[in-house]
Design a protein around this ligand. Structure first.
Ligand code: H2U
Ligand code: ZN
Length: 344
């Protein structure tokens, strides 16, 4: 389809405008040399082993991953209600509680997930699982995410991610919860299992395929090189129910995806990524594990080079999201790249 059209995101129930005729322009991607000179240990980094954080507390001399409570948490643990909930047609509020943590993926200041071995990424996955187990025992939603790169507003290049866990279902998972629940009722199978089957048959949007997991530029992608990482054929509700046989394959599939990302513009590729799976502490009668399929979203902001970023402005703020490059073109470009990381 080369004429402008809209594509439907069945997870969030939103349309996006695709203008493929504009992407027929010749490829304007310029390559820039990006200097990535970072020491393996930075005495000024608040996340490096042995260093003091802003709170004054020192990090231990950790050897693989390290998790600590965020010194500036966005959610606070329960205490006495301060103002209570407000309920009126135009002014509504809910008091919420939760906890925030930071995960250092590696003691090495100069690495990123794309530069780590599969075995090292396995340890990150295990940490995500342990944290989900712990925080999910007392929080409804555990949002694991990584915000990478200065253009994403990430303050520190030390490889790290975050977890915000709370007693409420935030907006994005709320939409996905409703869509997946209704899809199971209507079609008898989890939405993302059916979607994976279709994508694996079509193949035009697949970027990386492992034994159990694969990465695809979703049909409805908004960000130029957005991808969805999901199981191929198995129903997996949460990180905590990830089959043991999937762990190494997930790590390797993720590593291959991230190397392609880095190779696209020969830079340490910025993105926001995060995990979505069935909410914890379901209420009586709810069974989110039946319709939720575990997946990760990768949202990279870059459009044409290491410094040209897509802005969600104008029509996109006031009308709806729009892209020029089609999902199929983006997938093809990512697929054509090598799986050995460029030498900076
Ligand atoms: P970002 O760069 O992705 O924002 O992550 C850094 C997080 O680490 C941020 O949430 C926390 C910040 O609050 N942090 C600490 O908790 N202690 C510190 O000493 C530095 C940063
Ligand atoms: Zn560091």
């Amino acid at each position: 389809m080369l004429r402008p059209h809209r594509r439907w995101n069945p997870l969030t129930r939103e349309w996006i405008l695709v203008s493929p005729h504009r992407a027929q322009r010749p490829w304007l991607g310029q390559m820039e040399t990006v200097t990535e000179d970072r020491p393996a240990y930075d005495p000024a980094c608040t996340l490096c082993p042995g260093n003091k954080r802003v709170s004054g507390e020192p990090n231990p001399p950790y050897a693989d991953t390290y998790v600590f409570d965020n010194d500036f948490p966005s959610l606070l643990t329960p205490c006495e209600k301060e103002v209570g909930d407000i309920e009126s047609p135009l002014f509504r509020s809910r008091e919420v509680s939760g906890e925030c943590r930071v995960i250092c993926f590696s003691p090495h200041h100069d690495l990123s997930l794309a530069q780590m071995s599969s075995g090292e990424i396995v340890r990150v996955i295990r940490t995500w699982q342990d944290q989900s187990n712990d925080l999910g025992s007392r929080n409804r939603w555990v949002q694991i995410f990584e915000n990478k790169g200065a253009v994403m507003g990430c303050s520190n290049p030390h490889p790290h991610g975050q977890i915000w866990a709370g007693d409420f279902l935030p907006e994005e998972p709320s939409k996905e919860d409703l869509s997946q629940r209704e899809y199971l009722t209507a079609h008898g199978r989890p939405l993302l299992l059916d979607y994976a089957t279709e994508e694996l048959r079509d193949r035009s949007r697949i970027v990386v395929e492992g034994e159990h997991w694969f990465a695809v530029v979703p049909y409805w992608a908004l960000w130029p090189y957005e991808t969805l990482l999901l199981p191929k054929t198995k129903h997996v509700a949460r990180l905590t129910s990830l089959p043991e046989s999937h762990v190494a394959d997930l790590a390797e599939t993720m590593r291959r995806l991230l190397i392609r990302y880095d190779n696209l513009f020969e830079c340490s590729f910025p993105y926001s990524m995060g995990w979505h799976g069935a909410p914890f502490l379901p209420e009586q009668g709810e069974n989110p594990g039946a319709y939720w399929q575990l997946h990760a979203h990768f949202y990279p902001p870059l459009l044409r080079s290491a410094s040209v970023k897509k802005f969600l402005v104008g029509y996109e703020m006031l009308g709806e999201g729009q892209r020029d490059l089609t999902a199929e073109q983006a997938a093809e470009r990512l697929r054509s790249l090598p799986e050995t990381r460029y030498a900076p």
